[in-house]
Design a protein around this ligand. Structure first.
Ligand code: ZN
Length: 335
């Protein structure tokens, strides 16, 4: 038991070569609940990110838990100046108050270096000098496109902090085909063989930026997050994160992947698909819409009430069992 989690085998058994040995995480039985909302400051919040914020907030509050906010600005070139401040101001305007200090990933590089060094020490990583083109030419196709064929797996020298000596090298983690499985609170049973589906993935990019997968795992562990509630667009990433948690000896949180909000063309709402920002006015309408998208049934008169009444109702009536894996369509006026 690690923080209330049961493992089919403990993190110390990484050398287990049994391909049918499934890594299972049961539901967190701990009475402590610590959730988080982790937006990227690449633009204003849109309805899709509002749904993730509302879902994680309600699940935490309905379980008498804490709700933390982490700004995921590890990819600094993509950060829009002022976006973090705007996101936090909007959350306050929506009546969503977080616990503790807001954490900014860009201030946590030392932690990520430390985790990477731990993996390097165990020879679980290696330096990769392949070009984007070489990787794109891979004939192996996984769930997120070409799978890295492992060209540098055995040719690079021992991974003695190559990322420090030569910034032109990416650092990859060695993966295998043992199934990584978990039961998601909304999506149900999920199983992935990372080696086949994804391949050895990057932890530290050649341009010096830590990969999202490593940063999120380090942060969730450092913040002692017990429950991760987020959009299902990250569902494919979860086995990778669980794998890293295992390698680093961290506890695995419980996961709930909320349905992704799409526009009329069926595309996920994002900056790339020109999703409209959450408006500063008519906030109860947007909150009620988010609740309905999550399968909850707020009464119409909740629209006429103040935010306090809204949250009181929403927390008291929160029922994740009513969330459908794919969601229901949101009103057109939102997107
Ligand atoms: Zn390579």
């Amino acid at each position: 038991m690690v923080n209330g989690h049961l493992y089919a085998y403990p993190p110390t058994c990484n050398n287990n070569t049994d391909p049918f040995h499934v890594f299972i995480v049961t539901e967190n039985k701990s009475t402590i609940y610590r959730g988080r909302f982790a937006p990227s400051p690449t633009g204003p919040l849109h309805f899709g990110s509002l749904v993730a914020a509302v879902g994680s907030y309600l699940d935490a509050r309905a379980n008498q838990g804490e709700w933390l906010v982490r700004i995921e600005n590890i990819d600094t070139p993509r950060e829009i100046p002022g976006a973090s401040r705007d996101i936090l101001m909007l959350l306050e305007k929506l009546g969503m108050y977080w616990d503790g200090e807001v954490v900014y990933q860009r201030e946590r590089h030392a932690l990520y270096h430390e985790a990477l060094a731990m993996l390097e020490k165990q020879n679980l990583t290696y330096a990769c000098t392949c070009s984007r083109r070489e990787i794109a030419d891979s004939s192996i196709v996984g769930i997120e496109g070409p799978v890295y064929p492992g060209t540098c797996r055995n040719t690079s020298q021992r991974p003695n902090s190559p990322y420090r000596q030569n910034r032109q090298r990416a650092v990859r983690v060695r993966t295998n085909n043992r199934p990584v499985a978990f039961t998601d609170a909304v999506q149900g049973y999920v199983m992935q063989r990372i080696g086949k589906a994804i391949g050895d993935f990057v932890l530290h990019r050649a341009d010096g930026i830590f990969a999202y997968q490593l940063a999120v795992v380090v942060d969730d562990a450092a913040q002692a997050i017990t429950h991760v509630v987020r959009g299902a667009d990250l569902l494919n990433s979860t086995p990778r994160q669980m794998y890293l948690q295992q390698l680093l000896g961290y506890a695995t949180p419980a996961y709930m992947h909320l349905p992704v909000v799409t526009n009329t063309q069926g595309e996920k709402l994002s900056k790339q698909t020109f999703a409209a920002p959450v408006a500063q006015f008519n906030v109860s309408f947007q909150l009620v819409s988010a609740l309905r998208f999550l399968g909850q049934s707020p009464p119409d008169d909740l629209l006429d009430n103040n935010l306090e009444t809204f949250w009181h109702w929403a927390i008291a009536h929160w029922n994740p069992a009513n969330i459908t894996a794919t969601g229901i369509r949101q009103p057109d006026c939102i997107t």
